[in-house]
Design a binder for this molecule. Structure first.
Ligand SMILES: C[S@@+](CC[C@H](N)C(=O)[O-])C[C@H]1O[C@@H](n2cnc3c(N)ncnc32)[C@H](O)[C@@H]1O
Length: 564
């Protein structure tokens, strides 16, 4: 699910008899969160610890802070390295399930985990048994002590595959031919791209969309089973995957890349010196610009990408030609950015706007931006967004209304469980939008809260989040540039009336963030993620640290149809 998102709505808290905030806030290392006496009067306040840093901080103090920062960095890295306590990759669970736990234990205890590897390029006949979370078909060798992963295959298919590399108890292989296909599932008539099967970008074009959604539901189920390390009774049934209204032409960002042509590389670094490059300005070079071919780092030339928007596909050949015409100015290979942006909010007619909101796939009037610093325009529901092209914004605009609807519904439902009408709660409740980017969740949901506060590491994104609040006339939103956990020292929200939305990068949350979150003890937490494995790990951590939380809903959303 490398490029797809899996938002879910874990923990909403049961009624708590006491808040852990008071008990722990004073004692904690940051000790920054306190519960407001009058929450309604309290906005985010500056952290006294932060602002009270004395002028006479000496070298020793500086040294101490540096040391603290280094320790925090290392702790963060350690946490991120481990997907779970045991640090296991998803393939290891697949191997265990395919070969059987007993067999795997025997192999490991006898030290044979690298023994059954295949010579590179060897062709093997295999029967595919299941898919892994990357969308590759998995099969066992004849002795049942090794697993082979073959992209573009389906369970039940008998195939010939050629081994490309060996790992610990498994090999990667590429498909040579299908001897017996899975006629029930394989629908080659659905394939929408001439590069499918060679390009590493898409895995599922040969499947019906319903099947793709089912597979993703299974990935979410397995991730929570293996990585949350929670008792299964604590994880509710994973809901059917939220479909993307558009299954092709949905991607609003494309990043094809290229390597420097061999002749230019020699020119720069080889014995010919700069002479070759001086000539290069007049020379034409033909080299691939596109994506890696399946299972390799070899770039394939791509003329079109049917999952990207029509506007991006129109711009792609022009951009590729521009790179080819100026290739002598590049020192290395590079990645091209193509970002689809609304031409203007006004250029979209009101009726189109309604249809856009409903996700019915009317193409808005857009243009392509290639400069990382240029501004991209988007709109979700009626909220307008601007962000620099080089910073994060969700890449499938067609599904965002449904995604936001789901998040909003869950927040409203959680409030009604507490017995208060949603409108009444809005007047005295708060939202923390952690990892907020340019304010997608906080600004779209601001009307549900008295005040919202966003935190984000990119100061560029924060600058735009503030601009976006102004652009939409939203006066109750505040934004802070910093590490996600810094927000907890800046707010004074009453935990029992605070919702926290978390939407971290693929590596998931930092442990420090989870610790601070638990100290705050908000009434509801919404965790949106583009990596369900780190999400499940974090949710497990959270529930172990704060067992009073209850997971109410887990659901994948298919932001990247045709891909894993
Ligand atoms: C998946 S994006 C979500 C952005 C936003 N919620 C949205 O949907 O547009 C994750 C964001 O986390 C930010 N980020 C990464 N590490 C962070 C950290 N340690 N603290 C705060 N923000 C961080 C990234 O810059 C990025 O904007």
């Amino acid at each position: 699910m490398s490029a797809s998102s899996s938002p879910s709505l874990p923990p909403a808290k049961r009624a708590r008899s006491k808040s852990p905030v008071h008990e722990e806030a004073d004692a904690g290392p940051a000790g920054l969160v306190s519960q407001a006496g009058d929450a309604a009067a309290a906005g985010p306040s500056t952290n006294a610890n932060g602002s009270a840093r004395a002028k006479d901080d000496g070298g020793a103090d500086k040294q101490h802070r540096k040391e603290e920062a280094r320790r925090a960095r290392n702790k963060r890295k350690d946490y991120q390295r481990t997907l779970s306590k045991s640090g296991r990759e998803p393939i290891e669970f697949d191997i265990e399930e395919l070969l059987g736990r007993r067999k795997v234990t025997d192999i490991l205890s006898e030290g044979r985990e690298f023994e059954s590897k295949f010579p590179r390029d060897q062709e093997v006949e295999l029967v595919i048994e299941r898919l892994n979370s990357h969308g590759d078909g998995l099969a066992k060798n004849v002795d049942g002590d090794w697993v082979i992963a073959v992209p573009n295959t389906l369970p039940g298919e008998r195939v010939v595959a050629q081994v490309t590399s060996n790992e610990r108890m498994w090999s990667r292989a590429k498909l040579v031919k299908i001897i017996e296909g899975n006629s029930e599932k394989r629908r080659d008539d659905l394939v929408g791209c001439k590069y499918f099967g060679s390009c590493g970008g898409c895995q599922y074009q040969m499947l019906t969309y319903e099947e793709q959604l089912r597979i993703k539901q299974g990935v979410v189920e397995r991730a929570f089973k293996h990585y949350s390390e929670l008792d299964p009774s604590l994880v509710p049934e994973v809901l059917p995957t939220m479909p993307s209204p558009k299954q092709y032409n949905y991607r609003t960002k494309l990043t094809p890349h290229f390597n420097l042509p061999f002749e230019l590389r020699r020119g720069r670094h080889g014995r010919h010196g700069d002479g070759v490059n001086a000539k290069a300005a007049d020379q034409k070079f033909d080299f691939p610009i596109g994506f890696d071919s399946i299972g390799t780092k070899r770039v394939m030339d791509i003329e079109e990408c049917p999952i990207a928007t029509v506007t991006i596909n129109r711009a792609l050949p022009v951009e590729k030609q521009r790179v080819k015409d100026t290739i002598h100015t590049y020192k290395n290979g590079a990645t091209i950015l193509l970002r689809d942006s609304l031409k203007s909010y006004e250029s979209v007619a009101e009726d189109t706007l309604v249809q856009l909101d409903a996700g019915e796939g009317i193409e808005p009037d857009t243009e392509v931006v290639t400069n990382h610093k240029a501004t991209v325009k988007e709109r979700v529901w009626k909220t307008k967004f601007e962000s620099p092209a080089g910073t994060f914004f969700q890449n499938n605009r067609s599904i965002l209304p449904s995604l936001l609807d789901y998040v909003r519904e869950q927040i409203v439902a959680s409030r009604s469980r507490n017995g208060e009408p949603a409108e009444a709660v809005a007047a005295h409740s708060y939202l923390v939008d952690a990892y907020c980017g340019s304010g997608l969740f906080s600004l779209c949901l601001a009307s549900l809260f008295k005040e919202v506060s966003g935190v984000e590491i990119s100061s560029e994104s924060i600058k735009y989040a503030k601009k976006n609040a102004d652009l939409n006339g939203i006066a109750n939103a505040k934004f802070l540039a910093g590490n996600a956990e810094d927000i907890f020292g800046r707010i004074d929200y009453p935990p029992e009336r605070t919702t926290v939305i978390i939407d971290p990068p693929r590596r998931g949350c930092d442990e420090a963030f989870i610790e601070q979150l638990v100290k705050l003890g908000p009434s509801d937490i919404v965790y949106v993620s583009c990596n369900v494995h780190t999400q499940a790990r974090d949710v497990g951590q959270l529930l172990r640290k704060a067992p009073e939380y209850e997971i109410l809903s887990v659901r994948g959303a298919d932001l990247f149809p045709q891909t894993q």
